[in-house]
Design a binder for this molecule. Structure first.
Ligand code: SF4
Ligand code: SF4
Length: 306
């Protein structure tokens, strides 16, 4: 957060490569790089950036906002977001909804941002953008930063300079990046897997959606008997996760990594897979018998009517 809190900050579409005509400056910045920018309530463009938004929300944005607004994640997503597809596989993403008929942020008021302390990370970064880059032949992801210069933003004409690292601290960005890093890596990994790997199943897209944007349903999911039948986690651990949303989010990302990429960090009970397959077979057999019984009844009814 700046020393003089700005009313607003419009994010860039984060984690996308900058297009040629974009306001994104081509120079890559590192944490120690200095840039010139300042935003404060007295500036003539006050709130201009919040009147034309395109904000992609992250899991930690949703956690903070729904908690602030005292609603569950489903209600928040329904009231304040618009779904979109993040890649050619149809990975679900969410954008911040705008006021009807406008491009203005719903949380903008005459006094500035009404959710300032819990504003999304993209708002915190502006007028910086950031993205994760996986270098060729490397498995780790590097963070790079760049300046976003839009005509309406007069903050670039101010004299103040500071490093990217100082700006991130001022804006309270570190906890957001820490809580979102695993999610960002999952999205990048999925994107870079390419079409040859095949589209994810409908079930894995549903799980991605729940783990990313619906923490309250994920809490119910891990409390359910069916989850504990498969995963070797004791009840106390489940309760501790359920009571701490930051830990719950971290656990949901571990679960996703396990489901999507087979990165096993949550122990699975011996024989759980076999038992689950046997249970499914029993369920299908019961359904089939039910179906046959119904068909028999229908046949008998018709014969009787004839
Ligand atoms: S959440 Fe706040 S800072 Fe972000 S665009 Fe909306 S009003 Fe502006
Ligand atoms: S200086 Fe830029 S970021 Fe600050 S209020 Fe003006 S347009 Fe928004």
């Amino acid at each position: 957060m700046p020393l003089d809190p700005p009313s607003s900050a419009r994010p860039v579409p984060d984690r996308q490569p900058p297009p040629h005509s974009s306001p994104v400056e081509p120079a890559e910045l590192q944490l120690e790089s200095e840039f010139r920018f300042n935003c404060h309530p007295g500036i003539a463009c006050f709130n201009a950036c919040c009147r034309n938004i395109d904000i992609t929300l992250t899991p930690y944005d949703i956690l903070r906002l729904k908690r602030r607004l005292d609603m569950d994640s489903k209600e928040f997503v329904t009231r304040y977001t618009i779904p979109f597809e993040m890649d050619f596989h149809g990975m679900p993403g969410l954008k911040m909804r705008t006021r009807p008929g406008t491009t203005e942020c719903t949380f903008l008021t005459d006094a500035g941002c009404s959710v300032y302390e819990d504003r999304p990370v993209a708002c915190r970064y502006y007028a910086l953008g950031n993205m994760g880059v996986r270098r060729k032949d490397e498995s780790s992801v590097d963070d790079i930063y760049f300046v976003v210069r839009e005509d309406h933003c007069l903050g670039h004409e101010e004299a103040k300079t500071r490093s990217v690292a100082e700006y991130r601290t001022e804006q309270g960005i570190e906890p957001y990046d820490d809580h979102n890093r695993a999610w960002r890596d999952i999205v990048l990994k999925k994107r870079s897997s390419g079409p040859t790997v095949g589209a994810p199943s409908a079930r894995s897209l549903q799980l991605f959606d729940m783990c990313s944007y619906d923490l309250d349903s994920f809490r119910d999911f891990i409390r359910a008997r069916s989850f504990r039948d498969i995963f070797d986690i004791d009840a106390d651990e489940i309760d501790a996760l359920a009571d701490d949303e930051e830990r719950l989010l971290a656990f949901s990302m571990r679960f996703l990594q396990q489901i999507l990429f087979g990165e096993m960090s949550i122990p699975v009970k011996d024989g759980a897979r076999k038992r689950r397959i046997a249970q499914r077979k029993e369920t299908w057999a019961a359904r089939r018998e039910d179906e046959i019984a119904k068909q028999r009844e229908e046949l008998q009814r018709r014969q009787y009517e004839e």
